[in-house]
Design a protein around this ligand. Structure first.
Ligand code: F6P
Length: 359
């Protein structure tokens, strides 16, 4: 009997179940005598040996269901080497669970931090295969992560809804989009939702330029404007400061709930314009996976099973030029895929007049 462990780690997304289903269905077809062990709540289940033996039926009917049937949790990579409150060495505990259950391989569905931990376990001698999950699309080595397209749909819908009310009231609206430190989600949802201004962490903005873009719209007879701002967006002024200086500056100034509120307050102060802020927040990770993600998850899942069959451990499955490939975890772990300010999608957005507040 071969035993494969599986866990979903970090912030959830819409297509985790679809991905696990892909892995499991392929594995059950490839091996006659196989058992999948599902660890509960991410690495926590592996650390504290909380698991269940999955029944094959559990992977049926979940292609279309958001969330994760295994549960998830954030176990920060930087604390992995720090013993827990009871003095337990987490890395040793994970290795112990893996060996106690006589696993052939651990399958990890996770984002950046989770890939780093997967790589750590690989370095510690465990067989690991991982899959690229995150609504942020910031994993290096893959063109696309599962979850991103579904989150883009939600964020786009939010901007669509804002359009009608913004038009009726002639207001400036700011929609804050998730994405952590990168702007992929904001860039795509912003273009898809017809935002007039898109502010990304990778292209620090100048408030004067943002305000000028708003004024230009008014001069052109546009009664309303929509700004899509990434939660990690930063002004040119702040980007020039060191981490310490920025912390000091934030301590001494007005505390805003988030960047969208800060920009909104500044615009009102400087122009007297009525501004409203909308933060769709975790809705962007909620609901069911879109068709694109269901297909991507199925493909990634099947190819992850193939890696296990071929004993090609220590790899993450990835998308490159619409093909599913494998990337060594050692290469992927710890690297962030950010938006290149010179990339063609940014250029094309600028060509149709979208302002990024940078020039
Ligand atoms: O990484 C996914 C993500 O949704 C980011 O876009 C966001 O910054 C973060 O997770 C939110 O984390 P939490 O769910 O822990 O608040």
């Amino acid at each position: 009997m071969m035993r494969i462990g599986m866990l979903t780690s970090g912030g959830d997304c819409q297509s985790l179940n679809a991905t696990m289903r892909g892995v499991a269905k392929a594995l059950y077809r490839m091996f006659e005598d196989i058992e999948i062990i599902g660890f509960e709540d991410g690495y926590k289940g592996l650390i504290y040996t909380v698991y269940r033996i999955m029944r094959p039926e559990e992977f049926s009917g979940i292609l279309t269901k958001g969330g994760t049937i295994l549960g998830t949790s954030r176990q920060p990579f930087k604390l992995m080497r720090t013993p827990d409150a009871d003095g337990l060495d987490k890395v040793e505990a994970m290795k112990h669970t893996y060996r106690k259950l006589k696993l052939e391989c651990l399958v990890v569905l996770g984002g950046n931090g989770s890939q780093k931990t997967a790589n750590l376990l690989r370095e510690e001698g465990l067989n690991v295969v991982s899959l690229p999950k995150t609504i942020d699309n910031d994993l290096w080595g893959t063109d696309m992560t599962f979850g991103f397209q579904s989150a883009m749909n939600v964020a786009t819908n939010a901007i669509d809804c804002i359009h009608t009310t913004a038009a009726s009231h002639g207001r400036v609206f700011i929609v804050e989009v998730m994405g952590h430190k990168v702007g992929w989600l904001t860039l795509h949802a912003g273009i898809a939702g017809g935002a007039d201004i898109i502010l990304l962490p990778e292209l620090p903005y100048d408030l004067d330029i943002v305000i000028e873009a708003l004024k230009a719209r008014t001069r052109n007879g546009k009664k309303f404007s929509i700004i899509a701002v990434a939660e990690g967006a930063i002004s040119k002024e702040n980007a020039a400061l060191s981490k310490k200086e920025l912390k000091e500056k934030k301590k001494s100034g007005v505390v805003y709930p988030s960047i969208a509120y800060e920009i909104g307050a500044m615009i009102t102060e400087r122009t007297g314009q009525e501004v409203r802020v909308t933060v769709p927040g975790h809705m962007q990770r909620g609901g069911d996976p879109c068709p694109y993600d269901r297909v991507l998850s199925t493909r990634l899942g099947a190819e992850a099973a193939m890696l296990i069959k071929n004993k090609e451990f220590g790899n993450m499955v990835a998308v490159q030029n619409n093909d599913i490939v494998s990337m060594p975890l050692a290469e992927v772990a710890g690297k962030l895929k950010t938006v290149d300010p010179q990339c063609s999608i940014v250029k094309e957005a600028k060509m149709i007049g979208i302002s990024f507040g940078d020039e």
